[in-house]
Design a protein around this ligand. Structure first.
Ligand SMILES: Cc1cc2nc3c(=O)[nH]c(=O)nc-3n(C[C@H](O)[C@H](O)[C@H](O)COP(=O)(O)OP(=O)(O)OC[C@H]3O[C@@H](n4cnc5c(N)ncnc54)[C@H](O)[C@@H]3O)c2cc1C
Length: 439
């Protein structure tokens, strides 16, 4: 079995892994870095994979970094290798090739676990049929794209970010797309009832049927073993040749758990427990991204935040700390910016006003546009904008810097409101660079 010894070992080649490499190289130009990844690909932008389906993107245009990234950052990259076990005391990882063959022992001084998340698989009959797939990897998207010739009608289960993006991409290609959601609105984590209603209208205009308060309980197949229909909880049957499962993701934390790394209570998400330096309870072992918890500066607690910027910055902060610097990952929250069928939407922090005392909201509704800020003690703790997102950056800056809006609070959602209303101190606050805020 081949082996190697590295100053830094990273498991997972995505946002978290790249952030870590760039954090390390900012401080340590020479240390040996290795990345092990069970996917065979160069690093790609996972949030873009559904654009392979609508034809807006192809192959290399999804690269998150140029093809010479590993060479330029002097990283030993092991694509197609799965980290099968971790010995936290012995400081080594056993990696096995996904395609079979001899494995490797990778020894490390510092380790980052950035293993991401796996799709939640709902309990339903007929799961093994052809044409049923999650949508979280490049390969899954490529397989669906190859298969589209045999598909006229598709059902997407789950109306979070992954499900809605998939439904939008398929709508331009197929005769019928149905989005089935267990809750009473789509995009629930990033919308309130008004903005969700606007999104639903956009989807319906875009030829996507939406069914709420329902779920898929069974899939039936044809004589070739391919999906031919789904049955919903209320007994409705929908013919389809493709079912995309997008009912949420769960942190991939078992490698860490098996090595005695502390895992957070399943009630709070079950991700890898880290501090704000992104270090676990095992010294020198760090975690970030979808597999780990992160400090949400709005809710004031550690939680799962399965979002691309959280993974990248968490990895970068981990990398900086792995070199001996002192950085903290403390400004992230639930932040999203999306566009569905020409309806731009931005949200951050609380999307519903908490019931606790002290919270208030300011709302503005215009023809085709909606804006809401949630304040506590005049500090912005939540934001939703739909239809017109022009000043979103300004509100996010105020929110992140926790600027008290008292002097200009009543102007916040007015058309004339601009950075000029903040005064010199407020402007300086929101211009502070992100990395400075992490230190
Ligand atoms: C379709 C889609 C749309 C999305 N849209 C958005 C969006 O609009 N905005 C947003 O902020 N976020 C979005 N996300 C979420 C975002 O992609 C994730 O939050 C982000 O990719 C997390 O990065 P990560 O580095 O933690 O892990 P991941 O990107 O999940 O990467 C982890 C990598 O580790 C590998 N791995 C796992 N276990 C092992 C092992 N044992 N050995 C070796 N390798 C292993 C995995 O195969 C994977 O390649 C979207 C995700 C999807 C799927």
């Amino acid at each position: 079995m081949a082996s190697g010894t590295f100053d830094y070992l990273i498991i997972g080649n995505s946002a978290g892994g790249v952030g870590c490499i760039e954090g390390i190289r900012r401080q340590d130009k020479k240390g040996r870095i290795a990345v092990v990844s069970d996917e065979p690909h160069h690093v790609y932008s996972r949030p873009l994979i559904t654009h392979l389906l609508d034809g807006h993107l192809s192959g290399n245009s999804m690269d998150f970094r140029p093809r010479d990234f590993y060479r330029k950052t002097r990283v030993d990259f092991f694509p197609g290798f799965r980290a099968a076990s971790l010995d936290a005391d012995g400081r080594e990882v056993h990696a096995v090739p996904v395609a079979g063959g001899p494995g490797k022992v990778l020894r490390f001084k510092k380790l980052l676990i950035a293993t991401g998340a796996r799709p939640f698989m709902p309990l339903m009959e007929g799961l093994g049929l052809e044409g049923i797939t999650p949508m979280i990897t490049l390969d899954q998207s490529l397989r669906v794209r190859e298969d589209l010739g045999q598909v006229r009608k598709a059902v997407v289960l789950g109306a979070g970010l992954i499900g809605t993006k998939t439904a939008q991409a398929l709508a331009g290609r197929l005769e019928e797309v149905t989005l089935v959601e267990l809750g009473d609105r789509i995009l629930a984590p990033v919308t309130d009832p008004v903005s969700s209603g606007m999104a639903m209208e956009a989807f319906r205009k875009g030829n996507v049927e939406i069914i709420l308060n329902n779920t898929v309980t069974a899939a039936g197949g044809d004589s070739r073993g391919r999906i031919a229909e789904v049955t919903l909880k209320d007994g409705t049957s929908i013919p389809c040749q493709l079912l995309v499962l997008a009912a949420g993701v769960r942190p991939k934390a078992e490698l860490a758990a098996g090595a005695g790394v502390r895992i957070a209570d399943v009630k709070t998400g079950g991700g890898i427990d880290v501090n704000t330096r992104m270090e676990t309870n095992r010294k020198g072992i760090y975690a970030c991204g979808d597999c780990a918890h992160a400090w949400d500066f709005v809710t004031g607690g550690m939680r799962l935040l399965p979002l691309w910027p959280n993974a990248y910055i968490g990895g970068r902060v981990a990398g900086l700390n792995m070199t001996g610097s002192e950085y903290r990952h403390t400004w992230v929250t639930n932040m999203n910016s999306v566009d569905f069928f020409g309806l731009p939407m931005v949200s951050a922090g609380f999307v519903l006003k908490p019931e606790e005392p002290g919270f208030e909201e300011i709302v503005r509704e215009d023809e085709g546009a909606y804006a809401k800020v949630i304040l506590k003690d005049d500090i912005i703790r939540g934001l939703i904008m739909a239809g017109n997102v022009q000043r979103a950056g300004l509100y996010l800056g105020l929110m992140r810097s926790e600027v008290r809006t008292t002097p200009f609070r009543d102007q916040l959602l007015r058309d004339e409101f601009s950075a000029a209303d903040l005064g010199p101190e407020g402007r300086e606050e929101i211009m502070r660079p992100i990395m400075e805020m992490e230190s």
